[in-house]
Write a protein that binds this ligand. Structure first.
Ligand code: ADP
Length: 166
């Protein structure tokens, strides 16, 4: 039977850190559903469709990667998909406590739910979508941290939005 996992996240936007986790996750499973969480309360920079498009463009030739989105609880989405394994990335120690809580909460909501962690390489352990957004908003160069399509998307989105400009 094909092994499948869901890789959920905000992906606002996709970073090279996410890409590394996806590539490493693909060594463990045959099918990876990258699922963009629709959480409007986080006031995302990119819409769900824009975030999905960045991921789909990065993996357009890879039949093992599927791009989707979900609202509400991850365990409900996992149940609907019939995939009870979730992939998450770990960066520094700071990720650990939150991820530990999340993994345990999810397992208490759905008993056969399993979270698999992949640790990021040293190249990306300080890269987060939030920092990329912040640095890009203030005009900093994030080209080393995001794929080219995201870099172009950030330039489009932030044009005319630089702080201090109207
Ligand atoms: P972020 O924390 O970057 O805003 P997400 O909510 O989209 O991102 O994160 C989805 C998952 O990807 C989480 O498990 C997060 O820890 C992981 N992740 C994000 N960036 C990296 C990175 N640079 N290295 C390893 N894992 C990462």
């Amino acid at each position: 039977m094909a092994r499948a996992a869901i890789y959920p996240g905000s992906f606002d936007p996709l970073t090279n850190g996410h890409l590394a986790i996806i590539q490493r996750g693909l060594k463990l499973v045959d099918r990876l559903v990258v699922a963009v969480a629709n959480n409007p309360s986080k006031s995302p920079l990119f819409t769900v469709d824009e975030r999905k498009a960045f991921i789909a463009e990065a993996f357009q030739d890879d039949p093992h990667v599927e791009v989707d989105s979900f609202d509400g609880l991850l365990v409900d989405y996992a149940r609907r998909k019939g995939i009870h394994t979730v992939l998450r990335g770990l960066r520094a120690v700071s990720d650990f406590e939150y991820e530990f809580q999340l993994a345990n909460m999810n397992r208490s909501l759905l008993p056969d739910f399993e979270t698999v962690f992949v640790m990021t390489g040293e190249d990306y352990f300080y890269v987060s979508a939030r920092l990329v957004r912040e640095v890009a908003t203030f005009g900093g160069d994030v080209s080393r941290f995001v794929p080219a399509n995201v870099l172009a998307g950030l330039a489009r989105k932030l044009a005319g939005r630089r702080p201090g400009r109207r």
